[in-house]
Design a protein around this ligand. Structure first.
Ligand SMILES: NC(=O)c1ccc[n+]([C@@H]2O[C@H](COP(=O)([O-])OP(=O)(O)OC[C@H]3O[C@@H](n4cnc5c(N)ncnc54)[C@H](OP(=O)(O)O)[C@@H]3O)[C@@H](O)[C@H]2O)c1
Length: 217
């Protein structure tokens, strides 16, 4: 049976988009929010896009406790406090960070320097008993939220735990037409996270939703 996935910060566009696609692939999803009512509303909104999917909502703590796997989809500013508060529920489980540490100046995105190297390594330091992976940073929330849109591209997956990385690649490939790329350990996550700033700035120029695809593999 497919694992149940909690999407922390799942009321935001990226979390909702990933939740929709993973539920379409057969995973059971619990949308997490700091406010249980907001989580339920977000879950209902996704069911209006596509009825009958296995999506519910709960407060972040309840979502993390009930799920087998947790996705962190909050802004970088809130990542440390959110992760620390959820730590008691995440031991032994896979935790996947989709967080791209970004700041915006005059409408231009730039990557924020993370003392630990990357958002994913920050999470790994806070959750030594969990199995951390990082993925999905370069997917557009808007495109994820269009259930019939084919997403052609690569999801670069990092993680020090081989099984967590393999399962995250499988999760990425549960979305039709996406390919999961094994990027090895978590120290590579910074490059994928930072690339999000470049994509956003390119998107603005082209009025597009770009993603990445590696050639030659
Ligand atoms: N948007 C994209 O296209 C995209 C693409 C790739 C990667 N990402 C990454 O994915 C993550 C989520 O993106 P998003 O656009 O969905 O973000 P967002 O809308 O800014 O935030 C997502 C949710 O996080 C919660 N949140 C906000 N501030 C928080 C804080 N200080 N502490 C704890 N929770 C907080 C909010 O939920 P509640 O108030 O309901 O708790 C919010 O709905 C970000 O790290 C972003 O870099 C986004």
């Amino acid at each position: 049976m497919a694992p149940t996935i909690a999407v922390i910060g799942g009321s935001g566009p990226e979390g909702r988009g990933l939740a929709l696609r993973f539920a379409m692939a057969g995973y059971s999803i619990i949308i997490g929010s700091r406010d249980a009512g907001r989580a339920t509303k977000a879950a209902q909104g996704l069911l209006e896009i596509k009825a009958g999917l296995p999506i519910t909502g709960a407060a972040n703590e309840d979502a993390a406790q009930q799920a087998d796997w947790t996705l962190l989809s909050v802004p970088y500013d809130g990542l440390e406090a959110t992760t620390t508060a959820l730590a008691p529920y995440l031991a032994g489980k896979i935790v996947t960070s989709v967080v791209a540490p970004l700041a915006f100046e005059g409408g231009v995105a730039r990557a924020v320097v993370v003392p630990q190297g990357s958002a994913a390594e920050l999470v790994a330091g806070l959750l030594p008993e969990s199995r951390i992976s990082s993925a999905f940073h370069n997917l557009s929330a808007r495109d994820l939220l269009k259930p019939d849109m084919v997403l052609d591209g690569d999801v670069v997956v990092c993680g020090n735990d081989d099984d967590a990385r393999a399962q995250t690649i499988e999760l990425a490939e549960s979305i039709k037409s996406l390919r999961g790329v094994d990027a090895g350990d978590l120290t590579n996550s910074r490059y994928v996270e930072d690339l999000t700033a470049l994509l956003l700035n390119v998107n603005k120029r082209y009025k597009a939703h770009s993603t990445i695809k590696l050639v030659g593999l």
